[in-house]
Design a protein around this ligand. Structure first.
Ligand code: V47
Length: 374
């Protein structure tokens, strides 16, 4: 008897992109291991035994946010509300200085949509980091924030991005995509830019030569069809611009937000989402199992279900910890390497844009050998 996944398998073997129906079938297929095996084959074809990580730091310089997203535990609607905060540039400097170590390569910045800040604040923030921490690549501001700046300060997306790049921006993170389908998006985050706008910001960034990441929030109220639609829309833009470097599925966390009565995604759903993403997004090179969001143990397992990246040391994360993540606040480089090795993969340090970072000649030779075998 032929396997129900035989047709999909044949397409994967001849590198034919999967269809909408294939995506739904993979999500509904009863046997997670069969789906995982297909995803792992693609993952190993692309990346061999390598799992990437980086040495990074997170900064959220304000959590004041006009958007009232019902899944969010991090934001506070107005300045002055309990737990609302906005760092001055000096405070942001000190926050980074307290956590910075020579050798770190990236700072990841995501903020609320704060009505009380002018554009100069963001330019000053970037300039301060470029001046005082020149080794850090600045991956900052989701497409939702870029759209907000464009509207509020009356500029085109390209003009916003060009100004930010001149001040030090290096690439865009993938947040704010949530779920593109209007039915779910209206309920989850009606104040945010819609799907077309989110995609248009990334298109504008790619046209300027910037690299960016992309995400999908899963496990709230979306249907399987809406997830597949989301992946296909990302794949479509990627076939046009080739600017996305990594896809990061983001599992819903329920503590402290208005969807707290929803049961969060289980481990099986987490692994299946990683696997289906790897299989559907044939033109996006990397799939990240973000350990803060999945927990270290599932992120390790995900390395055999399609993922080839764990994210980095992170160093104080707020968005997921305020929503109930029990993962540690940070992992050291040694811990990251250990958990990747224990998962049966070869840890390789990367820059934000997936350039190999080798801190000694032996590591360089070992990695060159692994890469040449792929
Ligand atoms: O945009 C917010 C999501 C995103 C919750 O680009 C939630 O490398 C689940 O985008 N449950 C921010 N998800 C995080 C993000 C990210 C993280 C790590 C790496 C990169 C990258 C990007 O987190 C938000 C939203 O989609 N989010 N609240 C929640 N309760």
């Amino acid at each position: 008897m032929t396997s129900p996944l035989a047709e999909i398998e044949a397409k994967l073997e001849s590198c034919v992109p999967l269809s909408f129906d294939d995506g739904c079938q993979l999500w509904n297929h009863h046997n997670l291991l069969e789906v995982g095996l297909l995803a792992n084959r693609v993952r190993e074809r692309l990346h061999g035994n390598i799992t990437y990580y980086n040495w990074n730091l997170h900064l959220n310089s304000t959590n004041v946010c006009e958007a009232n997203c019902i899944f969010c535990s991090f934001a506070r609607l107005k300045t002055g509300m309990p737990q609302a905060y906005t760092m001055s540039i000096e405070q942001a400097h000190d926050w980074i200085a307290e956590r910075y170590h020579p050798g770190m390569t990236e700072i990841h910045i995501v903020n609320g949509l704060n009505p009380d800040l002018d554009f100069q604040y963001y330019l000053d923030l970037l300039r301060m980091i470029r001046r005082d921490f020149p080794e850090l690549h600045i991956k900052a501001f989701t497409a939702v924030e870029i759209h907000y700046f464009a509207q509020k300060y009356n500029m085109s997306y390209a003009a916003v991005l060009e100004n930010l790049v001149q001040a030090g921006l290096g690439s865009l993170p993938g947040g704010g995509a949530e779920i593109f389908a209007p039915r779910a998006r209206q309920k989850l985050c009606r104040d945010k830019v819609d799907a077309d706008g989110w995609l248009e910001v990334h298109r504008a960034a790619h046209q300027l030569g910037l690299r960016s990441n992309c995400t999908m929030l899963y496990g709230t109220i979306e249907t399987i069809e809406e997830r597949v639609d989301h992946l296909m829309r990302l794949r479509e833009l990627q076939s046009e611009t080739k600017g996305f470097q990594v896809f990061i599925p983001l599992a819903f966390h329920a503590d402290g937000n208005r969807l707290r009565n929803l049961a969060p995604p289980t481990g099986v759903e987490d692994l299946r989402t990683i696997a289906v993403s790897r299989l559907m997004l044939d033109n996006i090179p990397h799939i990240k199992a973000y350990w803060v969001m999945l927990g270290v143990k599932t992120a390790q397992t995900a390395q055999f279900f399609g993922a080839n990246d764990m994210d980095g040391t992170v160093t104080e994360e707020k968005v997921y910890h305020m929503a109930g993540s029990h993962a540690p606040q940070s992992l050291s480089i040694e811990e990251l390497k250990r958990v990747i090795r224990c998962a049966g993969r070869e840890p390789v340090e990367r820059s934000t844009t997936y350039k190999l970072i080798s801190r000694d000649a032996t590591a360089h030779a070992a990695v060159a050998e692994v890469i040449s075998a792929v």
